[in-house]
Design a protein around this ligand. Structure first.
Ligand code: ATP
Length: 234
């Protein structure tokens, strides 16, 4: 279980997070929603040690993550998929996948690779090809697959749907839901695409100007017309 309590962070005079609390439990997806600049990316960057919080706590299975450096997080079971689908374009799909295991200090076992290829058959078909020929959706699958190679307990995803066709988003989110169910993964899903995110999430947290303004079960949030119109734009 990932627990964030009263986390605050600033960039100089800009207060990007103001006392934000959040939990991510095994087998559940917590969607973090909100407009541009709400603080969603800062929240993920603070959890993964890339932004130093000014206040608050972050713990993973009871361990204080503020004392753990970013590169040690995969070995503790926390993997992140940053925005932008960064892959090493001149390496093959499989070489990119294998990098995910290196980050966690382990090797990409054949069974783990097989599992990723089962989840994303298109990566299996393209495993010997260079990563730069992949489509946006395939790249997104590759970066998720790479993060999964370290066998994380908690997965942080930043805007995975950005710029993808709705059909591809539905496909990737469906896979994610299945994965969470099958592997008991805890997911924090940062999205501007609230509609898609809430279709697979268990809980929704809405940030506005760095503060949590709404926290509800996803189904309740979707069913509440006033909240949806006020904060989610659908
Ligand atoms: P987006 O969807 O655009 O990524 P977001 O919800 O992820 O938005 P953040 O990127 O976390 O929001 O930004 C929160 C606030 O912090 C904004 O006011 C933003 O302008 C500011 N901010 C973000 N990164 C920096 C930075 N490197 N330096 C200064 N201010 C920053």
């Amino acid at each position: 279980m990932l627990t964030v309590e009263n986390l605050s962070a600033s960039y100089g005079a800009v207060r990007a997070l103001d006392s934000v609390s959040l939990t991510a439990a095994p087998g559940e997806i917590t969607a973090v929603l909100g407009a541009n600049g709400a603080g969603k990316t800062t929240l993920l960057r603070a959890v993964s040690g890339l932004v130093r919080p000014t206040d608050g706590s972050i713990s993973l299975a009871g361990r204080d993550l503020r004392r753990v450096s970013t590169e040690d997080l995969p070995a503790l079971g926390l993997a992140q998929v940053p925005e932008g689908r960064g892959v090493l374009a001149e390496l093959t799909v499989e070489e990119n996948l294998r990098l995910g295991a290196l980050g966690a200090g382990g090797r990409a076992t054949a069974s783990r690779l097989r599992r990723i290829y089962e989840l994303f058959p298109v990566l299996d078909e393209r495993k010997s090809g260079l990563a730069h020929v992949l489509s946006g959706g395939e790249r997104q699958m590759l970066v998720i697959g790479r993060a999964l190679l370290s066998r994380p307990k908690v997965l942080l995803l930043d805007e995975p749907s950005l710029g993808l066709a709705p059909r591809i988003v539905t496909q990737i989110f469906g896979l994610l839901r299945g994965l969470v169910r099958d592997e008991g993964l805890a997911v924090v899903l940062v999205e501007q695409n609230a509609h898609s995110a809430l279709s697979i999430a268990d809980h929704g947290v809405v940030l506005n100007l760095g503060e949590v303004v709404v926290r509800r079960d996803a189904a309740e949030l979707v069913a509440d017309d006033d909240l949806r119109h006020a904060y989610l734009g659908f």
